[in-house]
Design a binder for this molecule. Structure first.
Ligand SMILES: [Mg+2]
Length: 118
C-alpha cells in the first residue's frame, strides 16, 4: 500500500478487516465515542515525540536527519489515522469530501486581526 495507489475507502476497509480479525467491537465496529477518545490518546503519543524538542531538532527532523524518530512518529500517526478511518467508516463520513469542504471553509474565512502569522 502507498498513498498514490491506495484510496481512502481501501484504508477504511483495511482497518475494518483488522477489527474483524481481532474481534474488536460488534462485527468489527467499535463504539465511535470510544474510538474518538482513543484517537486523542494516540495523538498524545504522537505529540510525546515532539516534547522538549528544540527548533534545531525540529529542523533536523524536517530535513530527514533523524529517520529513527520519524519512524516512531509515523507509527503514532498511523494509530491516529487508523482510528480516524474507523470513525469515518462507522459514521459514514466521506473523508475526501469533508476535507475539501473544510478547505473551502477555511479558504473563505476572513483573517482575524489578531491571528498570528504562521
Ligand atoms: Mg500508539
Amino acid at each position: 500500500m502507498n498513498d498514490r495507489e491506495t484510496t481512502l475507502s481501501c484504508l477504511k476497509e483495511a482497518v475494518h478487516q483488522l477489527c474483524l480479525r481481532k474481534g474488536w467491537g460488534e462485527k468489527g465496529v467499535q463504539n465511535p465515542q470510544q474510538v474518538a477518545m482513543a484517537m486523542t490518546v494516540e495523538m498524545s503519543e504522537l505529540l510525546e515525540h515532539f516534547q522538549w524538542m528544540n527548533p534545531d531538532d525540529v529542523r533536523a527532523l524536517m530535513n530527514g536527519e533523524n529517520p529513527e524518530k520519524t519512524a516512531l512518529i509515523a507509527e503514532e500517526f498511523a494509530d491516529v489515522m487508523m482510528y480516524g478511518m474507523q470513525l469515518a467508516r462507522t459514521l459514514g463520513i466521506d473523508v475526501a469530501h469533508e476535507v475539501e469542504r473544510k478547505i473551502d471553509i477555511v479558504d473563505h474565512r476572513p483573517v482575524r486581526e489578531d491571528e498570528p502569522k504562521r
